[in-house]
Structures are given as structure tokens and as C-alpha cells.
Design a protein around this ligand. Structure first.
Ligand code: SF4
Length: 208
């Protein structure tokens, strides 16, 4: 059952940035049909002054929120070496590499952290389990604009406006929202919804 009609003025989970980039339509189904809430411990600006935890170590699983940014979320791991705080996003990455959407998620964590600390956080790390490698990512103005743009798109989503099918069918094979989305059936029964996507021209004989 749908739960809410709009998310305007609500905070967006940082992890949702990644999900939205994967497929806005899948994110729509997750938000309106399969919502899961997780309680986290709220952390505020006190972290900034907690010098004992900032040098030579790690901070684990802290929740942050920024009303100004419209973001919130739990950062699993923050490196505190050299007295600076650097978020680390860990990915299974069976392909051996990370994606642009992972960079945006990391950018969201950096922006969230700097909003709380009120100091720049311009680098984050992506750690890949599959290769046991860590990659430094410098957060650019382009990342920041993209994050703000996605937040805006998520907050202005409407239950009455289902995003179009995705332009990359390979993602649909592993999609958890496929039973809601029914891309093959949609392309056959409502071909106008598939125009300009990878699903355009699917015939009724093709397996969905
Ligand atoms: S099945 Fe494909 S188009 Fe539909 S929600 Fe999943 S990824 Fe998006």
C-alpha cells in the first residue's frame, strides 16, 4: 500500500542518492510501496569538539542530519587520521570497481559531515571489499550540484507521477522492484511509457 503522497520538506537519506541514480522508478517503488525506517542515534556538532576521537582512529556508525541540506543518514565509518574527519563508504563491488552513483553517495556524506562540523570535508574514501582497495575521491562542485539536484528531484516526487522506465535494461534483471514495475508488460501495454528507453519496441512475444 502506498504510504505517503509527497516527500517535500522531508530529509532525504544519503543512501537514497545512490538508489535514485540506479533507477528513479525503482526508488519510487521503494519509497511509496516498500518503506523501511531505521532508528539511529542522533549525532550533532559535539562531534566537532570531540578531539579525543579524532586522531589515529575510526568513528563508527554515526547518524547525522542537516535540515538546510535536506539530507540525513548514517555514516558507517569515519577515518580520523591527521585530525580531519573523512567518511569511508564500503562497497562489495563484485565488478571490481565503483560507480558514479557511489561517488555521489560519498559526496552526500561529505556534504552532510561538513554541514554538521561547519568545516570543509572535500575528500572521502570508497573501499572495495572485492579488491581490498581504497580509493580517495575529491568532492567537486559538480558532485555537489548533482547531489542538490537529486535531493530536489526526490523531494518533489509525487505518487501520481511514476518515473519512466530505465534506459538500461541490464539493470532491470537484478532489480528488486521489478514485480511492481513490470517493465516488459508496461512496454507492451503502455508503449508510450517506453518511448526513448531501452524497453521501446518490446514485442508481446518477448519474455517480460
Ligand atoms: S525493473 Fe528496471 S525500470 Fe523497473 S524499476 Fe527496476 S530498474 Fe527501474
Amino acid at each position: 500500500m502506498p504510504t505517503r503522497s509527497s516527500f517535500k520538506d522531508e530529509l532525504v537519506y544519503v543512501s537514497a542518492l545512490n538508489e535514485y541514480v540506479y533507477c528513479p522508478r525503482r526508488y519510487y517503488y521503494q519509497r511509496y510501496y516498500d518503506e523501511i525506517g531505521e532508528p539511529y542515534e542522533l549525532v550533532d556538532g559535539r562531534l566537532k569538539h570531540d578531539t579525543s576521537s579524532r586522531r589515529g582512529g575510526w568513528i563508527k556508525e554515526r547518524y547525522f542530519r542537516s535540515d538546510e541540506l535536506g539530507l540525513h543518514g548514517k555514516i558507517d565509518l569515519i577515518e580520523t587520521d591527521s585530525g580531519t574527519l573523512t567518511p569511508v563508504e564500503r562497497k562489495r563491488a563484485e565488478s571490481g570497481s565503483y560507480y558514479a552513483s557511489d561517488e555521489l553517495q560519498l559526496a552526500g556524506y561529505c556534504m552532510l559531515l561538513e554541514a554538521v562540523l561547519e568545516e570543509p570535508v572535500s575528500v572521502g574514501y570508497i573501499y572495495l571489499y572485492s579488491t581490498d582497495t581504497r580509493h580517495a575521491v575529491r568532492i567537486t562542485p559538480k558532485h555537489r550540484d548533482a547531489v542538490r539536484n537529486i535531493i530536489d528531484q526526490i523531494q518533489t516526487m509525487s505518487i501520481n507521477n511514476v518515473p519512466s522506465l530505465i534506459d538500461n535494461r541490464s539493470k532491470c534483471d537484478a532489480c528488486s522492484a521489478r514485480t511492481y514495475c513490470m517493465p516488459g508488460e508496461t512496454a507492451v501495454l503502455a508503449p508510450n511509457e517506453a518511448v526513448g528507453t531501452d524497453w521501446e519496441g518490446v514485442s508481446p512475444e518477448e519474455p517480460p
